[in-house]
Write a protein that binds this ligand. Structure first.
Ligand SMILES: [Zn+2]
Length: 266
């Protein structure tokens, strides 16, 4: 009985798998995707309203002009004309930045003090926009759906309640540790990869990305970095990976129409 139910659940989920694949720009990675980009944008807009009500907007004209200049340059090469691009600076000590699905970008003043020039800001904005255009938010939601469907299949395909509980436990543990955590690391490396290419296409020297992440990783023990580091683990490996990606990014930089180099000093 239960096994039959398991098959039914599996069969009903199968078409979802087949219909739900997307390809990440630049890296070419195939991702499971059950959400549409317009649904993700909708989620992004809701989250943006929360961000706007939670944080204080920075009034400094120079800072706003800088973030907008860098943001527009990155957005112009992101191949997402349908996004509702917007770049806002928020006054807070947190060293954080993010781009919501659909193109709403937040930069916190706390991260700017770690930057020496515009190109380093381009590295961070490029990384965050990289997460958005690679649809990492939608992929996380899809992974959650997959995990739930998987748990339902496991629960339906075992007979005794004890076995069922055990199976769920094993399944849950395996998905959390084996799939979810490494995936977020995958997302970080992927955002680094795309970010470096975007900054290079926008005319910023991609070598500044390595400079920034090297410098930033050294101050990682500072408490105000806490929140960003919980979602953006930085280690030696990350800088090593960036170095490997540099030749590819340099090709884009050499072809860029406008060369900005390091841009203005901060
Ligand atoms: Zn990231």
């Amino acid at each position: 009985m239960k096994t039959t139910l398991g098959k039914i659940v599996l069969l009903s989920v199968m078409p979802l798998f087949m219909a739900a694949c997307a390809t990440v720009p630049y890296t070419g990675r195939t991702q499971v995707m059950f959400t549409s980009e317009s649904e993700e944008t909708q989620m992004g807009m809701q989250a943006w309203d929360e961000v706007l009500s939670k944080y204080k907007i920075c009034k400094n004209k120079k800072t706003n002009a800088l973030v907008n200049r860098v943001g527009r340059a990155i957005a112009a090469v992101a191949d997402k004309p349908e996004y509702q691009w917007e770049f806002k600076v928020f006054e807070t000590n947190q060293a954080n930045a993010f781009c919501l699905p659909g193109g709403k970008v937040a930069v916190f003043t706390g991260i700017l003090k770690y930057m020496d020039c515009e190109a380093e800001l381009a590295a961070v904005v490029g990384h965050e926009v990289g997460h958005a255009i690679a649809r990492h938010g939608g992929e996380r939601v899809s992974q959650g759906m997959l995990q739930q469907a998987g748990a339902a299949i496991v629960a339906a395909s075992v007979d005794s309640p004890t076995e069922q509980q055990l199976a769920l436990l094993i399944y849950g543990g395996a998905t959390n540790l084996g799939a979810i955590l490494p995936y977020s690391r995958t997302h970080e490396y992927e955002a680094d990869h795309i970010g470096m290419i975007l900054m290079a296409k926008a005319g910023y020297d991609p070598r500044y990305a390595i400079k920034f992440w090297e410098k930033f990783s050294k101050v990682s023990s500072e408490s105000e970095l806490g929140e960003w580091f919980s979602t953006h683990p930085i280690g030696k490996h990350r800088v090593e990976e960036l170095k490997k990606l540099l030749p590819e990014a340099m090709k884009y930089y050499n072809k860029a129409k406008v060369k900005r180099g390091g841009g203005a000093k901060l």
